[in-house]
Design a protein around this ligand. Structure first.
Ligand SMILES: [Zn+2]
Length: 713
């Protein structure tokens, strides 16, 4: 082999692959591999990681063994390399015996440089023995997070790799993955026995993406946020946590006349594939989907990605958000955060992490229900009903998956029926001999919980750049703030007007209430002590019970804002948090609130407090709502006002029936104009702003009828 320092990597890159330059970090990785170092490389999907092991392999004399769990991906790479005339072999379970013989012949010829192998190959001793006959220069382990993230019982084949590598004389190892937090990296490193590995994390920053987290209090605010983004950007993906939400959101968008397609796990495989293909073919502008969508999505013109609900982990979030702006043009990623959505994710964690005990119970139940042929035809929901205790069907389904993976049961299709059958493969074995690793199962659950905590911290993070936070989470050092996330832009939000005197006073009163309810730990710094609810109550003068009651009632700020509606105070708190005047500290499971440095400046130095005051509820909400209405309807005659009221009533009924917010049917202003113009036909009504053809056909007939009735009464 030539000395690695003598090689002109760029020349080789061009000669073999036809590329004229390396992508970020690739050249250093190639050099380290040729120097025989162990490596741990974290590059995002599409970051060019396969080249990092292909080039060194083709520049070496021995064999580079690439371990990858994805057969389709291996085939793709092998086809491309063979197309370039490279001597490449592959071993996987879907090969014919003919193909396998060819692979062996190529290996024995000694010409082969790259051998792709699925991890389960290492189960067979014979395979390991046959490898020993060859000179192995290095191992490259793709998708190395399988060593950690999925828990021992889920990817046992990966755990064999450490032993296999040792048995082959411990050649250098390079582990590659697209997602690995520092904890996961430690796992990979220790499970593979890496020796002082070079760690490279690169390519995670996405310069054209603006990351934002919007704190919202409910569905209405979420739908409004969606409409704003759809209006601004046109094409995008909206991720929801559940199938029900997918249906609801896409319905609401369709009613607005958007071109939208939905995608969720409840659809059958063909329908899902069709939805995905039609979105890819740009027949639709917007996809509303659960997280199953987009595994292979590479539509470059996605301008926004909205997370309608909290995702389960920073990994999932970043992967999904990263589908925006693949073309490099500006795009926006907005996460709509409502703390209550955490419950959905907790439910998923529950469902995807059955205890060893539950898995045993499921197995025992299967044994009890199986017929003489050791088979049973039962849906997961029905099986769940046979369990001794009420159980989350998702946890039952996961248990079945685990039993299948460890080879104790087999699932089969039943012709003409939608359910799948279950066959017991070891009908004479009791559940007590199931090879389950209790500790590993518990550990995986804890990991999932920690990831959920992490994404919540991301949402509540208010003291720095979002992109920076993400890079830090993935272990990549960043150089400077992104300049376009909500944090980076909040300081000079051009849309915010200056507060009035009363508004500025209100903000300072709230901040001083928070300060009084915090522990002072320095000249200008406080430590959180109470949650938001308690602080608001104290400002409102609500007598509380509990050990802190006396303390709270004696504060100078107790009852200071008793004249403010609670809704307004809550909204002011939300705004103060969102714009980094307040921060939440997580202590155990409590969320405690205190001042940030920015908040201190407003409180002590009288710096202007920039909130979106116009979006907050008014001081006296009922009065102001009446006032607002009177502006809209002030020009209407009394007769028209009556009609307007009955149109509103009709809209309320229609909305309630469909379970959608009223404004998604028609806006108030549209109703005012309907009452004024009194159109008799759909064509006439189409002249009115806010009524498009889609809406006209769907919504108008009922409203036109109401208008007609009022004329004849
Ligand atoms: Zn930023």
């Amino acid at each position: 082999m030539p000395e690695c320092t003598d090689i002109n990597f760029l020349e080789e890159l061009t000669r073999i692959f036809g590329f004229t330059r390396f992508r970020e970090a690739q050249e250093e990785i190639v050099r380290d591999m040729l120097l025989g170092r162990d490596l741990l490389v974290v590059l995002p999907t599409g970051g060019g990681k396969s080249l990092c092991y292909q080039l060194p392999a083709l520049l070496s004399e021995g064999l580079t063994v690439v371990v990858s769990p994805l057969i389709a991906l291996m085939k793709d790479q092998v086809d491309v390399l063979r197309g370039r005339g490279a001597p490449v072999a592959v071993f996987h379970s879907l090969q014919s015996s003919e193909e396998r013989r060819e692979t062996l012949a190529l290996l024995d010829s000694g010409r082969c440089r790259l051998l792709y192998v699925a991890p389960e190959r290492f189960r067979a001793d014979g395979f390991l023995e046959s490898l020993k006959r060859h000179r192995i220069d290095r191992f490259a382990i793709d998708e190395a997070h399988c060593l950690s993230q999925w828990g021992h019982d889920f990817r046992p084949d990966y755990l064999r790799l450490g032993d296999a590598i040792r048995a082959l004389g411990s050649p250098p190892v390079a582990a590659f993955t697209a997602t690995a937090t520092p904890i996961v990296r430690d796992d990979i490193s220790s499970n593979l026995g890496l020796r002082d590995p070079v760690v490279r994390v690169s390519g995670f920053a996405r310069e054209n993406l603006a990351f934002r987290v919007r704190h919202v209090s409910g569905e209405r605010e979420k739908l409004e946020a969606v409409q704003r983004l759809v209006g601004r950007w046109k094409t995008g993906i909206i991720y929801c946590a559940t199938r029900k939400k997918v249906e609801k959101v896409s319905e609401s968008l369709a009613e607005q006349g958007s071109s939208v397609i939905s995608y969720h796990g409840g659809m059958d495989g063909d329908a899902r594939e069709e939805a995905q293909n039609r979105f890819m073919a740009r027949e639709y502008d917007i996809a509303v989907a659960t997280n199953a969508f987009g595994m292979g999505i590479d539509r470059s013109d996605v301008r926004f990605v909205i997370h309608y609900e909290l995702p389960g982990s920073p990994e999932a979030y970043y992967q999904e958000a990263g589908r925006a702006g693949r073309d490099g043009a500006p795009a926006e990623c907005e996460l709509l955060f409502n703390y209550a959505d955490r419950r959905t994710q907790e439910f998923f964690i529950e469902g995807s992490n059955p205890s060893a005990n539950l898995i045993r119970t499921v197995y025992r139940t299967l044994l009890g229900l199986a017929g003489k042929n050791h088979e049973l035809l039962l849906t997961v929901d029905d099986l769940a009903k046979h369990l001794p205790e009420r159980t989350n069907p998702m946890a039952v389904s996961t248990s079945i998956g685990i039993l299948t993976r460890i080879g104790w049961i087999q699932r089969f299709d039943v012709p003409g029926r939608r359910l799948r059958g279950t066959r017991l493969l070891r009908p004479n074995d009791r559940e007590t001999s199931l090879p389950l690793d209790d500790k590993a199962l518990r550990e995986k659950r804890r990991r999932d919980e920690r990831k959920l905590e992490a994404i919540i911290r991301f949402c509540e993070h208010s003291s720095g750049c979002r992109q920076d936070w993400i890079l830090d989470y993935f272990g990549e050092k960043s150089s400077q703030p992104c300049g376009q996330c909500d944090y980076c832009t909040s300081r000079e939000d051009p849309d915010l007007r200056a507060p009035s005197e009363e508004e500025q006073l209100l903000a300072r009163q709230v901040l001083s209430g928070v300060a009084r309810m915090s522990r002072r730990i320095g000249n200008r710094s406080w430590e959180a002590r109470f949650g938001k609810g308690k602080i608001i109550e104290s400002l409102m003068g609500v007598e509380s019970s509990g050990s802190s009651a006396g303390f709270v009632a004696n504060l100078s700020t107790f009852g200071l804002l008793a004249d403010q509606p609670k809704k307004r105070l809550q909204a002011v708190f939300r705004e103060l948090e969102k714009r980094q005047y307040l921060r939440t500290d997580l202590s155990e499971r409590f969320r405690l609130l205190t001042l940030t440095e920015r908040g201190v400046r407003v409180l002590l130095e009288g710096e202007t407090c920039h909130l979106d005051w116009d979006r907050l509820p008014r001081e006296r909400s009922i009065f102001s709502r009446r006032k607002k209405r009177s502006i809209e309807t002030s020009n209407l005659s009394e007769e028209n006002t009556q009609l307007f009221e009955s149109l509103r009533e009709l809209r309320r009924e229609v909305a309630a029936e469909r379970g959608v917010p009223a404004f998604t049917i028609f806006h108030d202003q549209t109703l005012v104009e309907l009452a004024e113009d009194r159109p008799a036909t759909i064509d006439e009504a189409l002249q009115i702003k806010g009524i498009g053809p889609a809406k006209a056909n769907k919504e108008l007939p009922l409203f036109l009828k109401k208008i007609q009735e009022s004329a004849s009464s």
